[in-house]
Ligand binder design. Sequence first.
Ligand SMILES: [Zn+2]
Ligand SMILES: [Zn+2]
Length: 337
Amino acid sequence: MSQRATARVSLADMMGMKAEGEGNNVDVFNQPKCTVCNIIETDGRKLLTCTRCKKTRYCSKNCQADNWGTHKSTCKAQNYILKISLCPTEITNPSVNRTLSCPSTATFEQLHRALQIAFGWAGTQTYDFKILDPNAQQPEPQPDMIAYVTRRLAALEAAQSSDSLMPDAGPRQNLLRIIEKGAFRPGEFDMGSGKKVDAMHNSERVHSQTPEIDSKKIKLGKVLENKEYEGAELQYEYDFGDCWQHTIQVVGRMEASKGFLCFDGEGHGVAEDAGSVPGWLELREAYRTANPTTEQMEKRTWFETMASNNDPRGLGNGSEWYWDGPAAVSAKLRRDL
Ligand SMILES: [Zn+2]
Ligand SMILES: [Zn+2]
């Protein structure tokens, strides 16, 4: 049956449209309509949209309930289009960002691996995701003694002396922290255990009021649909030593897909262990200058041969803008995830 034949328009609908006048003709056949009974949407009657696929429309809860048995096999939650930016206020011209389409059923551990691929990280360090508490104050509103003592003890353990302790600023309280389980255990670090070295800084990130969850056990949809987190900033931090902060913004939704896809991006991936943002900016500078110093030449050699995500081409001649591009990154995401 054609759309035209199945669109059900009531007399009241007709009257309503007529009343809207000549200059404001409503095309009744292109109006959204209920999947089950074809009743159309009007100003006076808004249709419901399936909250999962955000596509299928219903006139009522009854129609939706009737249809669920057949709809559930095709109903898939839409992907999130995420724009992820690495230290966006500090790294500019070029900035380093990627835009990915991510299945809502992917876990945060899978998102971590997708980000490693998309940004060209080497995966030698640990990570977490944080949902920042918009009401958190800096410094901490209340001294968190348990976290403070844990941090101090861990710092002591790591330093083996008290004179290299960092001033204690306290971690920011988060609504949720999503962690790599097994990379560390609270208050414990042992060089021989095979845990990632930067995990020694984990204790600085533990907060007694912030719940933690294993990244393998939580899916994107669970966090991004959670009303409690609405409007809160989502961050991905990679490497607890260099502290690479990635801000994650939901910029749209699109049809569900099985895997991750890359759409867009800018900037060469940052060198692992570059020494945080200042180290990366210095490395860029080492390539921009016409007359590099000995130290700058050493930096270049390090990046081209030694860095764990080294690039033999370096960053000269505009290569700092170079990245693999959406097609190659998407192919890698399909292959390696
Ligand atoms: Zn209906
Ligand atoms: Zn649906």
